[in-house]
Ligand binder design. Structure first.
Ligand SMILES: *Cc1c(COP(=O)(O)O)cnc(C)c1O
Length: 397
């Protein structure tokens, strides 16, 4: 089976984890700090904080920005449930901004219209969470400009997009890495094995604000501090710590950090390999008119986490069968995503369908083809040939 996504683990990755097992620290040791330092350097941010998942990263990002019971976040319906769930965990409400038909990311025009309406009703969002779907960045500059007008904070869910850069307005503009914090308060990444690089399980938050960073450090570990500057009780002993927030155990282990650090050194190589495979998909499929191929950014770099093609509407009714036939032939297709507000848990908690019609249309048509650095060009060719013959079997129009 060619899986839709899969980790690529080298001998060096294995050695670096083994070395930790023989060392003094299995958690909270020096490698976490090395990993965080290299991440911050890679993304061009002041700080990076490593945690045990992107879900944890989202949760403490929202908390650190002050999200509380009764507050509101807006995000894309085309995302993994964790983006929205983490806000529910804070007691906040979640609402969805429909996607753009071509980028599958949050639509800036729809966002602006929704903001104008929300302002009239006095119900503006506290945080907006753009999701860089499939590894291609949202129109962050425009979203950032709207945040200045309407006064919301921004957390980027860049789970798919480590190694990507933002689109530039002019060719001569500098190219900013996703995670640099150029257009947001915080940015989170996932290190789950299907993502661009992995630590087994893991998440990262990049940040440029000292205070928020310190708060997140405490939230990651029970909200307790050993730094006397946080002490609110007099005469505490040198053995004491003080709890100042209600925090969690969201710490990453040294084993995970060692794997993450070793993987991070191959980030560019992985992203380039993904791009080569995408080019091969495009060469093989550009003249096959039964599907629509995903778009690459016109400037800036996608990390190409997912390769999602859209079936033409006349064959959508056969998607189930196409999915099954491809799986039976060893091709691990998948679907990203059923809109979050369609989940039964969300069904009675949010808005009406009309607010995410593009995401629904997209969901009905989309199919994720396998893409990961361990694949070779022969795999892509096989997938394309099989996809074409399978679709033609069902296309009678
Ligand atoms: C994978 C993913 C998450 C959650 O990541 P974990 O590290 O598994 O917690 C959140 N948002 C998006 C968009 C994702 O793809």
């Amino acid at each position: 089976m060619i899986k839709y996504g899969c980790q690529s683990i080298s001998d060096e990755d294995i050695m670096s984890v083994l070395n930790v097992l023989k060392s003094e620290f299995l958690t909270q040791g020096p490698i976490i700090k090395d990993f965080e330092k290299l991440l911050a350097d890679t993304c061009g941010s002041k700080f990076a904080l490593a945690v045990n998942s992107a879900t944890s990263a989202l949760h403490i990002s929202y908390l650190a920005l002050g999200l509380k019971s009764g507050d509101v976040i807006w995000t894309s319906p085309n995302t993994f449930v964790a983006t929205a769930n983490a806000a529910l965990m804070c007691g906040a409400f979640v609402d969805f901004v429909d996607i753009n038909k071509n980028t599958y990311n949050m639509c800036v025009e729809t966002l602006e219209k929704k903001l104008i309406n929300a302002k009239k009703k006095g119900k503006l969002p506290d945080i907006v969470v753009p999701v860089h779907f499939a590894g291609t960045a949202c129109d962050m500059k425009q979203i950032y400009e709207l945040s200045k007008i309407y006064g919301f904070k921004i957390v980027e869910d860049a789970s798919h997009a480590i190694g990507a850069t933002y689109e530039r307005e002019e060719v001569s503009d500098p190219s900013y890495p996703v995670g640099s914090g150029k257009y947001s308060d915080l940015c989170i990444f996932s290190l789950h094995p299907v993502k661009i690089i992995t630590s087994g399980e893991g998440g990262i938050i990049t940040c440029n604000n000292n205070e928020i960073y310190e708060k997140m450090q405490l939230l990651r570990s029970h909200g307790v501090s050993r730094d006397s500057k946080h002490f609110q009780t007099d005469d505490l002993g040198p053995w004491d710590y003080e709890q100042v927030y209600l925090g969690y155990n969201y710490r990453m282990t040294e084993l995970q950090a060692a794997l993450g650090l070793s993987q991070l050194s191959k980030l560019d190589e992985f992203v380039e390999r993904r791009f080569e495979l995408v080019k091969r998909y495009e060469r093989n499929l550009h003249d096959f008119c039964k599907i629509k191929l995903p778009r690459q950014p016109s400037s800036g770099r996608s990390s190409n986490h997912l390769f999602c093609v859209l079936l033409n509407s006349n064959i959508v009714k056969c998607k189930r069968q196409i999915y099954k036939d491809l799986t039976d032939q060893g091709i691990g297709v998948n679907v990203h995503y059923r809109p979050v507000p369609e989940q039964s848990y969300y069904k009675n908690r949010v808005t009406d369908q009309s607010t995410y019609q593009n995401a629904l249309n997209y969901y009905h048509r989309t199919l994720t083809l396998p893409l990961h650095p361990g694949m070779n060009s022969g795999d892509v060719d096989f997938i394309c040939t099989t996809l074409k013959s399978t679709i033609l079997k069902y296309d009678h129009g």
